[in-house]
Design a protein around this ligand. Structure first.
Ligand code: UTP
Length: 289
């Protein structure tokens, strides 16, 4: 079945970005000139997703504002004949149909996904975390949609990382099926050192069947009072196949200040219009240190 809908949880507290997240949602922080959210909406649209459901929270109205028409600004730019800027203004809203649901309290990623139950309905969908930015063409979601069609089951994105850092991540326990593909037997959040089931860490892209909502409804909050998506997935795999796919592409962690800086530099070096300036900036810094 075609993947038409994406859920993007954006209702978290963004504590690792405090104090800026007191008034600017983490999901609107930019890589160069576009917010993190826009990169993932574009990645979804490229994969054929038509409707994006963003989960926000009270106080994060700037997220929905971003995707509304900006009529006064557009009129002004049209009057000055600046087509390039007009295109930039229209870009976000033109990617997909965007709607919003509220998560009143940050009760965890699983709870955030559950808030989109009615908006998604009875069809498979994709969950995208906007702080995991993946650079590649075709995008990670497009790759996963293809895999999901081939195996006719849910697929989550994983990345191989060095064993020394695995205890900081969600990790899958899987059986290799083919190149890059593993059938999931289990999952564990932040496994103790020496008990890691693999070095395949879970990345914020999931293609899920609609049945996940029932499992999330029956998932009890964990130690921090949060409903974890991983716990819902663990219940799901009792009855449904789920695969882990090692996507092709480079992942950046936009959820931390240094991760976002790294992503910004990498994107600036990759973009034709910023490449030269970014390079000379790096050379300049090299002289400083
Ligand atoms: P994170 O755990 O990275 O975001 O969740 P956070 O909790 O906002 O950040 P820190 O850890 O405090 O710095 C990944 C995504 O899930 C959303 C976040 O907004 C982020 O986009 N999320 C998380 C929710 O929508 N609701 C939640 O209850 C938790």
């Amino acid at each position: 079945m075609k993947i038409r809908k994406a859920v993007i949880p954006a209702a978290g507290l963004g504590t690792r970005f405090l104090p800026v997240t007191m008034s600017v949602p983490k999901e609107l922080l930019p890589i160069i000139d576009r917010p993190l959210l826009q990169y993932v909406v574009a990645e979804a649209a490229e994969a054929g997703v038509e409707e994006v459901i963003i989960v926000t929270s009270p106080g994060k109205e700037s997220i929905s504002d971003y995707f509304q028409p900006h009529t006064a600004l557009e009129q002004r730019l049209a009057a000055s004949g600046d087509q390039e800027l007009l295109d930039r203004v229209a870009e976000a809203a033109g990617l997909a149909k965007v709607s919003f649901v509220l998560q009143h309290e940050a009760l965890g990623l699983g709870h955030a996904v559950l808030m989109a139950k009615e908006a998604v309905g009875d069809e498979p969908f994709v969950v995208i975390l906007p702080d995991d930015i993946i650079a590649h063409s075709p995008g990670a979601i497009a790759q996963m949609v293809q895999v999901s069609e081939e195996v006719n089951a849910g697929v989550i994105a994983v990345e191989e990382l060095p064993w020394e850092v695995i205890h900081n991540y969600g990790v899958v326990d899987g059986t290799p099926v083919s190149d890059r593909l593993h059938k999931i037997k289990g999952m564990v959040e932040k496994p103790p050192r020496d008990q890691e089931p693999s070095n395949l860490t879970i990345v914020g892209r999931y293609i899920l069947p609609p049945q996940i909502f029932q499992y999330l409804e029956n998932t009890r909050p964990g130690a921090k009072g949060e409903i974890q998506l991983t716990d819902g997935l663990l219940a799901l795999i009792h009855d449904h196949d789920l695969y882990a796919y090692q996507f092709v592409g480079k992942r950046f962690d936009g959820g931390t200040p240094m991760g976002l800086l790294r992503a910004s530099l990498a994107f600036a070096l990759d973009r034709e219009d910023t490449k030269e300036e970014a390079l000379s900036l790096l050379r300049e810094f090299q002289d400083w240190i």
